[in-house]
Write a protein that binds this ligand. Sequence first.
Ligand code: SAM
Length: 295
Amino acid sequence: MARAARALTAAGVGPARVEAELLAAYVLGVPRGRLALADDLTGDQADRLDELVRRRADREPLQHLTGLAGFRHLELAVGPGVFVPRPETELLAGWGVEQARGRPDPLVVDLCSGSGAIALAVAQELPNARVIAVERSPAALAWLRRNAAERVAAGGRPIEVVEADVTAPDLLADLVGRVDVLLCNPPYVPVDVVVSPEVAGHDPAEAVFGGTDGLAVIRPVITRAAALLRPGGAFGVEHDDTHGAAVPGLLAEDGRFADVTERLDLTGRPRYATASRRADGQQAPVGPAWQTDSS
Ligand SMILES: C[S@@+](CC[C@H](N)C(=O)[O-])C[C@H]1O[C@@H](n2cnc3c(N)ncnc32)[C@H](O)[C@@H]1O
C-alpha cells in the first residue's frame, strides 16, 4: 500500500493514499472501509494492483479503472467514451429533486445526460417522476442506455432516452410548455483552458469544451428551456466557475425567467444557475436582475 501511494504521489495523483486504498479495495472486492479487516493480497491480486497503480499513475481516471462512478445514491457504469460524473454536479441534481418533489407525477428533463447521472438520480429519488434524458454522442448513449437498463433490471421505472442535439431549435417539440423541471450539465470549459491529464486524455472533448467562451451550448439551452418549461417550471444549469455572472446574466437577459439565482458549490465557487419560468405577460419584479445563494 505504501509503495502504491508513493508511486501515485510521484505521478502527481492525489490524495494518493486514498486512491491506493480504493484500488486495493477494488482488487479485493471489499468496501474501502473494510480494508483493514480483509485478507492479505494473493500474488495475483498484488500483480493486478501493481497494474492498476501503473495505469492510475499514467493518469487514467480511477473510475475508468474500477468501471464505476458514485453519484448521490447511485453507482453508474462508466468508461471510455463517457464523461465521468463529478461530485459538484450532485448539487444540481439535488436541487432538481427538491424542485420536483411534491409535484404530482413531475416531468423532468436532463439535457446533455452523459452516463445518465442526473436523470437516474432524479428517477431513483422521485419514483413518481417521468424522466427524459437527452444525449447526442453515440458512445455516451451506450453507457446511458446500459445504466438505464440496470435501473429497470433492479425493478425501477424506466427513464426515456432521447438521442438528439440539445442545441436544435425544435428539441423535444411535443413537450413545449409542459416540463416541470429542466436540468443540464453541458460542456462548458472554454476551448483554450488547459485541463488535467485525466480530463484531456479520457473525458470526451465534446463533453468538456463549450466553444471559445464556454457558452456555446448554454446559450441555446437557455432559449430552449424557456420554451419547454411550463409557467413556474424550474431550470438549473451547471457552468464553468468563471461564468458566475455570465450565465445568470443570460437568464435575466432572456426575459422569460424569474428568481434568477447563482449558486455556489461546497468550495464557494460559482457552480450552477437556477431560475423559474415566468408566466407569459408576467412583469419582471423591480430590483436586481439576479441574486447569489451561498447556502
Ligand atoms: C459535462 S458532460 C455531462 C454528463 C452528465 N450530465 C453528468 O453530469 O455527468 C456533457 C454531455 O453533453 C453531451 N453533449 C455535448 N454537446 C451536446 C449536444 N449539442 N447535444 C446533446 N448532447 C451534447 C456530451 O456528449 C456529454 O455527454
